[in-house]
Design a protein around this ligand. Structure first.
Ligand SMILES: C[S@@+](CC[C@H](N)C(=O)[O-])C[C@H]1O[C@@H](n2cnc3c(N)ncnc32)[C@H](O)[C@@H]1O
Length: 284
């Protein structure tokens, strides 16, 4: 578990996600598109059947779960959940737009999932577990709510060096003196970024037959400006600091980011940034 008071940390993080929801709502279609290789891999691992009950945890805008909802028809249900009410609201809207009607929405915390033991057939959790204050508790809870033989598919981010889209903006803020380096003991995008560590955590939580796979998720942008605009919408940490800066300081941060993006730019300024997720599937 991270250092510091876990309850305070949880509340701060939840508050951040409540505020980040509007930006995630604006970018939900992009997130769905670049994240599709991960969602598709996860849903495939579950080998879903009609009639099953699937839980999507930390679902954000909800799209990974919506793929699963289709596969459990007829008779099956998706529980789309998140700790942040504002995220659930975004997911409700997206489900209505997409015509997904075999779904219930529920506010659920990863670390104490308010569902009965052995009450679901499958669990999805994309880019959520590593953000909880106590990932080991989250994994134990996922196993508890799965029926014996049920399957979980989770995805976290792979190593920082494989995900420059995430490291370039925060490094620019730190190097220009606007932010402190993150607490290495705290929750963060890369705390489970290792096949062996992720497998071990799942096994410690009681899962069997754990397998992991790296999944490439490149992201395309029209320009460095488009990348910064998306980062402002999706990274609350980045947005809070950046928006407090003067126009000159913002320009210097943007220029630093653009310089670091150059190796990934084509002649017309468009970008393809590499990204790599780490998927794991396991049986309860
Ligand atoms: C990086 S987003 C991922 C959203 C979505 N799963 C996706 O892959 O697009 C992380 C999500 O986890 C939620 N979250 C963060 N901490 C949580 C917790 N302790 N319990 C449940 N949800 C949490 C946030 O509100 C946010 O929607």
């Amino acid at each position: 578990m991270a250092g510091g008071d876990p309850e305070t940390l949880r509340l701060e993080m939840l508050e951040r996600w409540e505020r980040a929801a509007a930006g995630w709502g604006r970018r939900a279609a992009n997130v769905r598109e670049w994240g599709m290789p991960v969602s598709a891999w996860m849903v495939e691992q579950l080998a879903l059947q009609p009639g099953q009950r699937v839980l999507d945890l930390a679902a954000g805008p909800g799209d990974t779960g919506f793929l699963a909802a289709e596969l459990v028809r007829p008779g099956g249900t998706l529980i789309s959940s998140d700790a942040a009410e504002a995220m659930l609201e975004i997911a409700r809207g997206r489900a209505a737009e997409a015509g997904v009607d075999n779904v219930e929405f529920k506010r659920l915390e990863l670390e104490w999932i308010d569902l009965s033991t052995a009450s679901v057939d499958a669990v999805l959790c994309r880019f959520g577990v590593m953000l909880s204050v106590d990932p080991a508790a989250a994994l134990r809870e996922i196993r508890r709510v799965l029926r014996p033989g049920g399957r979980a598919a989770v995805a976290v981010w792979d190593r920082a060096e494989d995900n420059p889209w995430a490291t370039i903006p925060s490094r620019a803020l730190i190097e220009l003196g606007h932010a402190e380096p993150p607490d290495p003991a705290g929750p963060g995008m890369f705390v489970l970024a290792d096949h062996a560590r992720l497998r071990e955590r799942l096994e410690e939580a009681g899962f069997l037959d754990v397998w992991t796979e790296s999944i490439d998720v490149p992201r395309a942008y029209a320009s460095a400006e488009a990348f910064v605009a998306e980062t402002l919408d999706c990274s609350h940490m980045f947005a809070v600091v950046y928006r407090e800066l003067s126009a000159d300081e913002q320009a210097r941060v943007s220029a630093r980011i653009a310089a670091e993006l150059r190796p990934f730019a084509a002649g017309d300024g468009s970008l393809v940034l590499p990204g790599r997720a780490l998927g794991a599937a396991a049986d309860a």
